[in-house]
Design a protein around this ligand. Structure first.
Ligand SMILES: C[S@@+](CC[C@H](N)C(=O)[O-])C[C@H]1O[C@@H](n2cnc3c(N)ncnc32)[C@H](O)[C@@H]1O
Length: 248
């Protein structure tokens, strides 16, 4: 498969993980540690979405976070990671699709993802208006995350997608959380964002206004195209994730 649509295919990840031992998307734990430590307590129960073969969970474990449940839909990945981390009691590895998370409500203090949601959005040509299937997929995943979090719990999302795009997905009243973020510059020109959502807190007034404006525009766009699943784009620029995926 030539294009980066492959990042949405489970078969691609299974084949890749059959060959590859370790790969870190974006940056490793040390780069984001300061923010993770700010929002996660050492005895928190943490759900890692789309863990891949990254060292993030193992590094966090070594740094004192012992209660981590890792999920990925690649059974090859989960099998490998389970064997590799057999000496980490408390760390769990489960094959699971993040669109269908099978946990109890309010089971987690923290849900963490790094680059996993980006992989699901990788073939979206217009980040100003997500296609209807992608929009619904994000909604499904995030509504579940909200349910799995305790009140006051945090959803941490590490990505290089800028707030003008990512807030369209995260800043929604139905998700029952507030949205904030940190920006971290790299030595190059890339900026990373650590979004942190707090379950049970209200969206700020400006985020509520933003949601309203975005949703009105989305409705107009849907009416105009009258083809919700057709991708009509006026902003066809390549996004950062596409560039990095292609470059790496
Ligand atoms: C870009 S990699 C990120 C891996 C890791 N989080 C990191 O920081 O290096 C995306 C990961 O998400 C997993 N993934 C993609 N879609 C998924 C889904 N629907 N359910 C569970 N895992 C998924 C892939 O198998 C892959 O391991």
């Amino acid at each position: 498969m030539e294009s980066n649509v492959k990042y949405k295919e489970k078969k691609y990840w299974n084949l890749r993980y059959a060959e590859e031992d370790c790969y870190e998307w974006f940056k490793d734990y040390s780069f984001f540690r300061m923010f993770i430590r700010r929002y996660v307590k050492s005895n928190d129960k943490i759900l890692m979405l789309g863990c891949g073969n990254s060292k993030l969970s193992a590094d966090m474990y070594a740094d004192g976070f012992k209660n981590i449940v890792n999920v990925d839909y690649s059974e090859v990945c989960i099998q490998n990671m389970r064997e590799k981390h057999i000496d980490c009691p408390g760390m769990m590895w489960m094959t699971m699709d993040i669109k269908d998370l099978k946990f109890d409500d309010a089971e987690f203090d923290v849900i963490l993802e790094k680059g996993t949601l980006d992989a699901l959005l990788v073939d979206e040509p217009d980040r100003w208006q997500l296609s209807e299937p992608a929009y619904k997929t994000m909604e499904t995943i995030l509504l579940q995350c909200g349910q799995l979090l305790k009140t006051g719990g945090k959803f941490l999302s590490i990505t290089f997608e800028q707030p003008m795009f990512r807030k369209r997905i995260y800043a929604r009243k139905c998700l029952n959380w507030s949205v904030n973020y940190h920006t971290i510059g790299d030595t190059g020109c890339i900026e990373y964002f650590v979004y942190y959502m707090t379950k049970g807190e209200e969206l700020s007034q400006s985020d509520q206004d933003y949601e309203q404006a975005v949703s009105q525009r989305r409705q107009l766009w849907l009416n105009e195209t009258n083809l919700p699943t057709t991708l009509v784009s006026s902003h066809q620029e390549e996004n950062d994730f596409t560039k990095i995926m292609v470059d790496s």
